[in-house]
Design a protein around this ligand. Structure first.
Ligand code: OGA
Ligand code: MN
Length: 199
């Protein structure tokens, strides 16, 4: 079992969210970043939208990243490795928290300098199958003044800012926590995914 997975499960059980560093170590990050760059260089990223179905629209002032969805069945190399890692985490979370997580969907997200994602919820009550949001950051050498924090509104009167440091994994209940992405001084790369219920 991954040493950080148990720590993460305990945090989620206690508070509904958790953040662990070095879920991936630098040597594991490098090939994953390379895969993202390869997809970027073949124009596989698209501007991300907000809203669902016919109401979906691209509003860069509210959400400025570009994303590339990953098909779990069609991946090799570093992406397959991280999907396997997330699947092991899914099984552990089911064992410990009885969440009934059925699968995992994920995309790479690239925020250019200055881009943000305004405060939002990843799932509206009863609307989709998303149970847990899981954001894995891929930015090596992130500095405190680079900005780009994930701001998580953990309580009515408390928020936490989590820097997108390479190898860090943040997981939170999709339905419970509003959050936003603050603008960064440099490009910001993440693998963003969701553990879902069946159906
Ligand atoms: C999202 C999101 C957070 C982050 O893609 O829905 O909120 O830190 N991402 O990248
Ligand atoms: Mn989100």
């Amino acid at each position: 079992m991954h040493p950080k997975a148990a720590e993460l499960a305990d945090a989620i059980a206690a508070t509904g969210w958790g953040c662990v560093d070095t879920f991936l170590v630098d040597a594991e990050l490098e090939p994953l970043v390379h895969s993202a760059r390869a997809l970027q260089s073949t124009s596989r990223f698209r501007p991300a939208g907000i809203g669902r179905g016919p109401r979906r629209q691209v509003v860069p002032g509210l959400r400025g990243d570009s994303i590339c969805w990953l098909d779990a069945d069609r991946q090799g190399g570093a992406i397959a490795t991280v999907f396997a890692r997330m699947d092991a985490l899914r099984l552990l979370l089911n064992e410990r928290l009885y969440l009934g997580l059925f699968d995992y969907e994920a995309h790479f997200a690239i925020y250019p300098p200055g881009a943000r994602y305004a405060r939002h919820l990843d799932q509206h009550r009863g609307e989709s199958a998303r149970v847990l949001s899981a954001v894995l950051y891929l930015n090596t050498g992130w500095q405190p003044d680079d900005g780009g924090a994930l701001r998580l509104y953990v309580d009515a009167d408390r928020r936490v800012d989590l820097a997108p440091e390479g190898g860090r994994l943040v997981v939170f209940l999709s339905e419970r926590f509003e959050h936003e992405v603050l603008p960064a001084a440099r490009e910001r790369l993440a693998l963003t995914g969701w553990f879902r219920h069946r159906g």
